[in-house]
Design a protein around this ligand. Structure first.
Ligand code: ATP
Ligand code: MG
Length: 345
């Protein structure tokens, strides 16, 4: 039985990092069809852990994220799209899992460590935020998902999930299923850096190209991208490593697209010229812009359709959430039984 589950926090619109890190993989898995069930969750409750003072932001972005899903081709007839907070079994399961995790184990989680620093929570961490890896374990296991297509920042979460699964099964008997992360094949796509060259394109860092950006916005953002600070004049020798334009070309282009939008036969040839000197940043940026537009234009068009039919989107969310709740109910009954708290059944 293969059950796939992923999700995103509705803390903003989805961006190219999500696209290459996770969305593309999801659509591929969906279309290959080698699974029994596939879920995509909008993690609003998790979004609230570090945005508890701004519920409107989370609320407004639920529909944006849903629009992003549908516009990249996630198909609600194949995939159950649901809203996390509406499945109360998730909160219940999180509570039981808290007994199986220590504070020191949570503090060692490298992704959480990083985010605590980024959010300046060092002095005082909200308990809810600190525990979000536990709630993420509940998300995955409540649906008995064994396949989780994510970016590599999520690997520590999957590891933590499996530790919980193993403890639970050892203490209470075989109930839960182990999960495996699926990462993108492309090295850089596992964690797409930001336009500014920072380690990760992230909503919270504001260094993103959003899937819903207009053509003009994309152009401006590409033109502002971090390249090689020592490549000042066109004749100067340029560095390809750490140059975001080439990093993105590595992820988004292929030789066919390079031939279509430049005078070069391959990305390798273009890189050689840049390294030798004589190839300007504006030229390489225009190539990247055109290639990104090939990907983004069809996404934009689909988005427009769903924006014009927004009632359909709400129906999809409602229907998906209802289906997810049915599934959640089955597992929580097994969990309660294993924990011997099924007193009245
Ligand atoms: P936030 O800053 O609010 O945490 P985020 O941009 O990190 O937002 P998430 O909703 O936390 O986005 O992540 C959703 C999924 O997208 C995860 O599977 C994550 O691994 C993947 N992802 C996010 N950013 C990137 C990126 N830059 N490169 C590759 N994958 C990414
Ligand atoms: Mg994140």
């Amino acid at each position: 039985m293969d059950i796939i589950l992923t999700g995103d926090r509705p803390t903003g619109k989805l961006h190219l990092g999500h696209y290459v890190g996770s969305l593309k993989q999801r659509v591929k898995l969906q279309n290959e069809g080698n699974f029994d069930k596939m879920y995509v969750m909008i993690a609003d409750a998790q979004g609230l852990t570090d945005n508890f003072d701004n519920p409107k932001k989370i609320k407004d972005n639920i529909i944006e994220v849903a629009l992003d899903y549908l516009s990249v081709g996630i198909d609600p007839s194949k995939v159950t799209i649901f809203i996390q907070s509406q499945i109360s079994e998730l909160t219940e399961l999180t509570f039981y899992y808290m007994n199986l995790v220590t504070v020191s184990r949570l503090s060692r989680n490298p992704t959480v460590k990083n985010e605590i620093k980024q959010k300046e929570y060092e002095k005082s961490i909200p308990v809810g935020f600190f525990c979000y890896p536990i709630s993420q374990a509940a998300d995955i296991t409540l649906f008995k998902a064994n396949i989780v297509p994510v970016g590599d920042d999520q690997l520590p979460m999957i590891e933590q999930t499996n530790e919980i699964v193993n403890s639970f099964n050892r203490i209470y008997g075989d109930t839960l299923v182990n999960a495996k992360a699926i990462l993108p094949n492309n090295e850089q796509a596992k964690r797409l850096p930001g336009l500014d060259g920072k380690a990760k394109m992230s909503k919270s860092l504001g260094n993103c190209i959003y899937l819903s950006d207009t053509s003009d916005e994309v152009y401006k953002k590409v033109m502002s991208m971090y390249t090689d600070p020592n490549h000042i004049k066109v004749e100067d020798k340029g560095s390809v490593k750490g140059n975001m334009v080439f990093t993105y070309l590595d992820v988004f282009s292929n030789d066919e697209l390079i031939r279509k939008y430049s005078k070069y036969n391959s990305l390798e040839e273009m890189k050689k010229h840049y390294k030798k000197g004589g190839l300007g940043d504006v030229v390489i940026k225009k190539v990247l812009y055109n290639i990104l537009e090939e990907i983004l234009e069809p996404i934009r068009e689909k988005r427009k359709y769903y924006e014009d039919n927004i009632d359909k989107v709400y129906d999809i969310l409602k229907d998906g959430t209802r289906k997810a709740r049915e599934e959640a109910n089955k597992t929580i009954k097994e969990v309660r039984k294993a924990l011997m708290i099924d007193y009245f059944s």
